[in-house]
Design a binder for this molecule. Structure first.
Ligand code: SF4
Ligand code: SF4
Length: 286
């Protein structure tokens, strides 16, 4: 599909006509900051919101509402004749839509996909509404704190993967000739999200998706969450002795990294392969 890269100055028909047609049939992944804000807006605890409205332990918003636009189901948060019931807490993907966001070589790009501007098919009337620059649109949608949280969680994901590397490469496990660990990393990259959540187990999924943190600053929130995950890993993995224990710990924490990666909209298969190549270049075998 064609990707159209945009600059902040590009002018587009970005005034929403509010039909809600784009709240049907989408896949919206969530990071823990987004889950926290959705729950707050809904006046639920994050755990309640996760149980009622999310799949795979909280990383995906359910789309199990009424059938509508193009015979697709509405988002669980969409209310007929009203719109989004969590508007102020809506996740980044909804704030950005119809735009997308990519990070390439540490630079952020906004874009839209397809030959045609995405709003034109569901809401052709947008051409009659005021045009906005991409920069103005993003400001109006208040994407800033959600972008900061998203980018900070990418660092948490890498920290979790680094822990899996350390357990494999710095403990003598790889040197022992272990081949099972990378084989499991590969398997997890292609595992369906339900199976991966089961493999990680409830305790880690809860620590990953519904940490007991409330902080209005996205960077402080994510930093506290990172510290919590690191502390948990130290408690669990601090006294490992056998290669079997090290193998299991490396697989588990890589599973946590891949589960979080999916919630951040990354492709777990590509990431697992990238991380396997890195481990192999440092002496690990498959
Ligand atoms: S498709 Fe575009 S114009 Fe239509 S409701 Fe969604 S964002 Fe608004
Ligand atoms: S969270 Fe709100 S804006 Fe996003 S898809 Fe659901 S109903 Fe639409």
């Amino acid at each position: 599909m064609q990707t159209n890269k945009l600059s902040p100055q590009d002018i587009l028909p970005l005034t929403c006509s509010r039909t809600g047609n784009c709240c049907y049939g989408k896949i919206i992944y969530l990071n823990p900051w987004e889950l926290f804000h959705l729950a707050k807006e809904k006046k639920n605890t994050p755990g309640e919101f996760r149980d009622l409205y999310c799949d795979f332990g909280g990383i995906r918003l359910k789309f199990d509402g009424k059938v509508g636009w193009k015979e697709q189901q509405a988002c669980s948060q969409y209310v007929d004749n009203f719109g989004c019931s969590v508007h102020l807490g809506r996740p980044l993907a909804c704030r950005l839509y119809p735009l997308g966001r990519q990070i390439q070589s540490e630079e952020v790009h906004y874009m839209y996909q397809g030959d045609e501007f995405p709003c034109l098919e569901p809401c052709a009337e947008v051409v009659d509404l005021a045009q906005l620059s991409v920069g103005e649109y993003l400001e109006g949608q208040m994407t800033d704190t959600f972008e900061k949280a998203q980018d900070s969680y990418l660092e948490v994901m890498q920290n979790m993967a680094d822990m899996a590397f350390e357990l494999l490469l710095d403990t003598g496990l790889a040197e022992s000739g272990d081949k099972k660990t990378l084989a499991e990393w590969r398997k997890m990259g292609s595992e369906d999200p339900e199976a991966l959540a089961d493999r990680i187990g409830r305790e880690w999924v809860e620590c990953l998706m519904i940490p007991d943190i409330s902080d209005d600053d996205p960077i402080a929130f994510v930093q506290k969450h990172n510290d919590l995950l690191q502390l948990k890993a130290q408690e669990k993995f601090g006294a490992l002795q056998t290669n079997q224990e090290l193998h299991e710990a490396s697989v588990l924490i890589m599973g946590v990294a891949l589960h979080l990666a999916r919630g951040l909209g990354a492709n777990p298969k590509d990431l697992a392969e990238l991380w396997m190549d890195t481990a192999k270049s440092h002496g690990a075998q498959e």
